[in-house]
Design a protein around this ligand. Structure first.
Ligand SMILES: NC(=O)c1ccc[n+]([C@@H]2O[C@H](COP(=O)([O-])OP(=O)(O)OC[C@H]3O[C@@H](n4cnc5c(N)ncnc54)[C@H](O)[C@@H]3O)[C@@H](O)[C@H]2O)c1
Length: 436
């Protein structure tokens, strides 16, 4: 009965599950535990399960003390044994939704998670999908799997909703707890139950929509909006360079308009598990309706060109010093996909490195947040940022702006710097700095 589950949610006796303890799932699990619920996190990676159970944090947006406290108090535990789902009342799915090699949605993780739940689905259970995906996933894919495998009927025996995760890693103002949630259930009861749960956990409001597809589409709109506006900023950067105009100054000036303009900035491309991938979930789905999402495709094209463009500009800089790119020593500063985080998934810096190496350049990198990484079968280790390492490079390329870089020191000790993020805007001496 919906009323029984609602009561359990309101009085916090509902047992909560979170599938996928990554950038999205772990903060969510911690918040739910902090709100007073008993939470079980499920993950297929034993290492993450063990770390959570030891109270050891591995996600930047989670406060170490918060995690250890909820683990110590018994409010949060982790497991890779999905049989525990039989004891859960409300479960959230936070698994990856990547693209495959030909840039089509890889919905396999969501399917696997759904199958894991289906075997243990019971009456009066709430399932909420949080992974970003194409409109229709909850109703057309998840609901049939859950109903078929369990023999239960959605909205009568169990409840199902979509509520997109909006976490912004590294954002010190907006966290899981104070970011409003959008909820769209299969029916009114599903929406009411999922909303009640979020209202009990988060400080922010809950915005209810009429169905899961609206919630799925609104999340794509959020990310496509960013993708397109970043592409516009990148295109402006390219044309501004041709016209010898400082694009950063242009944006600062445009920002003075108090309405109708929101500033986006150019850079070496887009990265992370959202902006470069999510728009193509819609592009793919739109083809089913004989529609080609041209604006999304073209912005993807511009953003994907940026790592190549960075190398072309570097080639021109080196040319001025009569140096060929082949054999030059390039120092990449920042491989994270954005400021002050340790995530380099889909980071444009990786493509920049690859493009430099293809041209015969010797590349080393430094990132205070990423001590080493593997990319296309190669191992990279962060080089120390010293007078010597900077002096030895022909060109430093800033591909991510980190708050703990001493940009004055970098400027002083490097032959030339190509700054693709305007990270050195406060450095006074600019004779050896070129901006994107
Ligand atoms: N990272 C972000 O900034 C962000 C922001 C908003 C939305 N999202 C969306 O949230 C979803 C998750 O992203 P993420 O960044 O947290 O991914 P992630 O890779 O950090 O975490 C996903 C976790 O799910 C686990 N997992 C995979 N398959 C599983 C299964 N069958 N059962 C149990 N666990 C499984 C993985 O081991 C991993 O720990 C994606 O759809 C993403 O688009 C991400």
């Amino acid at each position: 009965m919906k009323a029984d589950l609602l009561e359990k949610i309101i009085n916090k006796t509902a047992r909560i599950g979170v599938i996928g303890l990554g950038y999205v799932g772990l903060p969510l699990a911690v918040e739910k535990a902090k709100a007073g619920y008993k939470v079980t996190g499920f993950d297929i990676q034993d290492k993450k399960v063990q770390m959570v159970n030891r109270g050891r944090n591995y996600i930047g947006d989670v406060i170490d003390g918060d995690l250890s406290e909820v683990v110590k108090s018994g409010k949060l535990k982790a497991t890779s044994d999905f049989a525990f789902i039989k004891d859960i009342d409300c479960i959230a799915i936070c698994v990856p939704t990547p693209l495959d090699v030909i840039k089509q949605p890889d919905i396999g993780y969501v399917k696997d998670a759904a199958l894991s739940i289906a075997g243990y689905l019971h009456k009066d259970m709430l399932v909420v999908l949080e992974s970003t995906t194409y409109p229709g996933t909850t109703e057309e894919l998840l609901k049939p799997i859950l109903e078929k495998e369990s023999g239960l009927v959605c909205e009568k025996d169990f409840f199902l909703a979509f509520s997109p995760e909006r976490v912004d890693p590294g954002n010190s103002t907006f966290k899981t707890k104070n970011t409003p949630k959008v909820v769209g259930g299969i029916g009114e009861d599903s929406t009411e139950l999922a909303s009640a749960l979020y209202r009990n956990v988060l400080e922010s409001g809950v915005f209810e929509v009429s169905c899961p597809a609206v919630a799925e589409m609104e999340k794509l709109l959020e990310n496509i909006y960013r993708n397109i506006n970043i592409a516009l900023a990148n295109e402006m950067a390219i044309i501004c360079d041709k016209m010898a105009i400082n694009v950063w100054e242009v944006i600062e000036a445009a920002k003075t308009k108090p309405y109708g303009f929101h500033a986006f900035y150019p850079g070496p491309g887009v990265g992370g598990h959202c902006i470069p991938l999510d728009p193509f979930y819609l592009t793919w789905k739109a083809r089913e309706y004989d529609y080609h999402t041209r604006l999304i495709e073209i912005s993807g094209e511009i953003n994907q060109y940026m790592p190549q463009y960075v190398v072309e500009r570097a080639y021109r800089i080196l040319n001025r010093f009569k140096k060929p790119l082949n054999g030059s020593r390039i120092f990449i500063l920042g491989v994270a996909y954005k400021q002050d985080i340790d995530d380099y998934r889909e980071s444009p810096a990786l493509k920049v490195i690859e493009n430099f190496e293809k041209e015969g350049a010797f590349v080393q990198y430094n990132d205070p947040y990423i001590s080493d990484f593997r990319y296309k079968g190669r191992e990279y280790k962060s080089a120390k940022l010293t007078k010597k390492t900077l002096n030895q490079s022909d060109l430093a390329v800033i591909t991510a702006m980190h708050g703990n870089y001493n940009y004055g020191f970098i400027q002083k000790n490097t032959a030339f710097i190509f700054d693709t993020k305007n990270a050195m805007k406060n450095v006074k001496n600019r004779h050896n700095i070129e901006l994107l």
